[in-house]
Structures are given as C-alpha cells and as structure tokens.
Design a protein around this ligand. Structure first.
Ligand code: SAM
Length: 314
C-alpha cells in the first residue's frame, strides 16, 4: 500500500482540531510533531493514540502529518482541508504559520497511483466522464463522453463538488450560451458545457498546472476545441460578457468574485457556484442577495451544495 502525506504546519493549540479535520477528509492515520511536547504522538485512525519518541527539530508550532491511501486523489481534498483549517481562528484557535505541504512518501509513483481506481463514471443521463487511458461504450444515444486526464489538477468529475456542478450545468444550459468557468482545474466543467451545447466557453485558473491540464484535456475532446483557457485571478480585468458563469471554488473565494460576476453576466444570466459546505451556505446566499442575485436551484450531495442564482427574476 502506498501513502500520500499531507503536512500542515500549525500552532500547538490547533493540533487536535487540525488532526480531526484531516481524519474527516479520509486520512487513515495522523502523526503530530509538536515543539511543546517532549513526547509526540500519532493516531491510527481507530482512535488509538500511540506515543512515539520523536525528536522534533521544531522550536515553535507543530506539524500535523496525515497519511492518505492511494485511493484518494489528494488535489481534490486539499481545498476542503484549507477551508476548514482557515476557519479555526473563528473558534478562537491560532493556526500559526498555517502552511500545507504534500510530500511523496513510500513510493515514487504515488501521484498517479489513484489512476488505478479512476474508471468511467456516468454522471447523469447525458454526461459520462472516462479516463483517457480507458475504453468506454455508450449505452444511450444522447450520452456525451468527456475524456479526461486530470494530471495533478482538481477535477476528475468524481468529487461531489464537481458532480453537483455538472448537474447544475445540465439543468441550466439550453444551447448557444457563452459560458465563463472560473477555477477550471482539469477543464472538466468547460468541456461539459461544450458537450451540453454552449456556443463559447472561456476558462480561467490561477494555477499554471491547471491551465496546462485544462488545455491538454480540451485537446482530448474535439467538440471542446475552441475553449479558451487563460491564467487569471478569478474575474479580475475580464471584460467578456456571459450568459452563464460557473465557479466550483471555496465559498470565501466565491464571495470575493461576486461584484465581477454581476458586472459580466447578461441581464437574465445565471451564476452557478459549488464547493460550498453546509456551514457556509447561508453566508453565500446572503452575500448573493446583497449583490442582487436571486436564488434559483439547490443541488446537494452529502455536506456539499451547488447553488444557481439568477441576475434578474425572469
Ligand atoms: C475545486 S477546484 C475545481 C476544478 C474544476 N472546475 C471542477 O469543478 O472539478 C478549484 C479550482 O479553482 C482554482 N482557483 C483557486 N483560486 C482561484 C482564483 N483566485 N482564481 C482562479 N482560479 C482559482 C484552483 O486552482 C482549482 O483549480
């Protein structure tokens, strides 16, 4: 078995909360290295605390190291871990340096080990996602197949936030729309928008790894070939108007881009947002209302929500 290590540098007072967050996201074990403790300890995922004599080089703060099985695609859980850790100061816990690092452990090929567990997935009646290295036969003449290799960019299509956004896109698009995809990751939503009939799609991401992955995935899907992908921070300095803006990013980031989304949406346009956990849903809805948006549809899977908003009542 191979493991991926996610190491969070935090303050001593936050170690237990951070360890809990990592376990909630699927870590099988957590190791704590704390400058305050002579004896550091780890937990095995069944609540057993194992004391270990670990000499730490830390003079302040602590490391919480979590180990994830190869079945978990780490880039898809990092945003949630970040969001939850960033919320700890709201509960009075200092998070110190708050640095997060993913490191290679055990085997060199951990970064691609998840591929073994990634197979074609039928998202909806009209959309299926298949990894580029697998064959797939459609069972419905109306089924469109997105071919993907997410590499190290977020967006296999299997994460609840992506699935919900795909459902929201399918429920929104009627054909011929101009779509802007903010935080495109692997490009999955942009490509889906084209398969669902969008006329024009522009995709943005802050991360160069994502911009490269999205371009490569677009090349794997001929109907998506005229999608433009650009490196950009949210919708800053974007002038292109859109019928639909879609963003599967964390709630706090979504709220930041609302004035630009309002400015760029056509009068009866739709804003689709995802990546929203239960605890943040009301905050997002209120920020949308302040901006003038009217809530239209809610999509839910477990603790995750995707919401669609209209610029004006139709
Ligand atoms: C949760 S992933 C979503 C990926 C893909 N759209 C999907 O639905 O599977 C969020 C993406 O937003 C990007 N992102 C985060 N902050 C951003 C910002 N300020 N501007 C543009 N992209 C950003 C990240 O690099 C990441 O690729």
């Amino acid at each position: 078995m191979k493991w991926n290590e996610v190491k969070v540098e935090t303050a001593s007072e936050a170690v237990e909360a951070v360890a809990n967050i990592l376990m909630e996201e699927g870590a099988s074990g957590v190791e704590i290295e704390d400058s305050k403790d002579v004896e550091n300890y780890s937990t095995d995922g069944f609540g057993e605390i194992i004391e270990t004599e670990m000499i730490t080089s830390l003079t302040e703060g602590a490391y919480v190291k979590a180990y994830f099985p190869e079945t978990i695609f780490v880039p898809e859980i990092l945003p949630t871990i970040r969001e939850k850790v960033n919320k700890l100061p709201d509960y009075g816990l200092s998070v110190g340096k708050n640095e997060l690092k993913v490191t290679e452990v055990a085997e060199k090929d951990w970064a691609t080990a998840w591929k073994k567990y990634y197979h074609p997935v039928r998202i909806s009646r009209y959309l299926t996602i298949k990894p580029s290295w697998e064959e797939y036969q459609t069972t419905d003449p109306k089924e469109e197949v997105i071919t993907l290799d997410p590499g190290m960019a977020f967006g296999t299509g299997t994460h609840p936030t992506t699935r919900l956004t795909l459902h929201a896109l399918e429920a929104t698009l009627r054909g011929n729309e101009t779509v802007i995809d903010v935080g495109t990751g692997s490009g999955v939503l942009s490509i889906a928008a084209k398969y669902l009939g969008a006329k024009e799609v522009v995709a943005y991401d802050l991360d160069d790894v994502a911009v490269k992955a999205a371009k490569e995935n677009i090349a794997l899907n001929p109907p998506a070939k005229n999608i433009q992908v650009k490196a950009n921070n949210l919708l800053t300095n974007v002038e292109k108007k859109a019928d639909v803006i879609v963003a599967n990013i964390l709630a706090d980031i979504i709220v930041e881009m609302l004035p630009d989304a309002w400015r760029l949406l056509e009068p009866t346009g739709t804003l689709i947002v995802s990546g929203i956990i239960e605890a943040k849903k009301q905050e997002v809805i209120e920020a949308m209302q302040v901006q003038g948006f009217i809530i239209d549809q809610t999509f839910q899977q477990k603790d995750w929500y995707a919401l669609t908003f209209k610029k004006m009542e139709e």
